[in-house]
Ligand binder design. Sequence first.
Ligand code: NAP
Length: 249
Amino acid sequence: MTDHTKPDYVTLEFPEPPEDRPYVIVNMVMSVDGRVVVEGNEQGLGSKVDQRLMRELRVHADIVMNGAGTLRAGGTSSRLGHADLDAVRSARGATGNPIAAVISGSGDLPLDRAFFTAEDFHAVVFAGAGMSAERRAALEATPREVIDLPAQDSVRWMLRHMRREMDARLLLVEGGPHLNGELFDAGAVDEYFTSLGPVVVGGRPTLTAVMGTHAPSLDATTQLDLVSAVPNPATGEVYLRYRRRGRSR
Ligand SMILES: NC(=O)c1ccc[n+]([C@@H]2O[C@H](COP(=O)([O-])OP(=O)(O)OC[C@H]3O[C@@H](n4cnc5c(N)ncnc54)[C@H](OP(=O)(O)O)[C@@H]3O)[C@@H](O)[C@H]2O)c1
């Protein structure tokens, strides 16, 4: 029987990627007052259904990416974590979990976390040009590949590298807000998925889903078209999928 309280992200199809970067989708969970962090991370904002949807999107990904802030806050991985999702992925000819990626300028990363130690997924670190030799050497000493970014236009360079050198057709970005902001500023986000959780965080300002350094302006907004909105009365969540306006299917 079809479950109308949950979208089926496993069966989604995505357009062909551009030649110079992967097709980029971003996925976040947020409170109804627009916050994506409570007490330092996103714990408490999403239900088990949201967690499942996050993993369903990973089925499609060649690379699952986070910013260093998210890795520091709670750890990151690219695991599907469900046998049925592993089966779908391998039936499509993809071997194992997607590649996990993190981007860091400082190199200040928790090297004891699964991102660095796990053997059930590959992972790469995109390292900013200003990283100290000591930090870079510590990353090199892990089993992970370190890919040096140029000082200028690093995000576009990284996307090009993913497409051309890593053969990545779909990049799933799972935050955090500052990495999301750079990708939106680069005009490189094709779709935006968000789960809206029935909670008000309130309090002093905390991160919202897309952050940057410039003053917000109408000229810098990104217009989106709503693709789907699925309410779930059981969890109180709404699962939203948007596509960047002007991007054809
Ligand atoms: N609600 C949700 O769905 C959700 C999802 C993900 C994360 N979060 C939360 O968001 C918070 C983290 O977000 P955040 O915005 O602070 O961090 P973030 O976006 O995860 O990472 C930002 C960091 O990434 C690195 N970076 C980004 N662009 C770079 C570039 N072009 N070159 C080199 N390095 C680059 C820098 O690392 P360095 O500082 O190492 O230089 C930068 O400080 C956490 O609390 C996390 O729990 C929530």
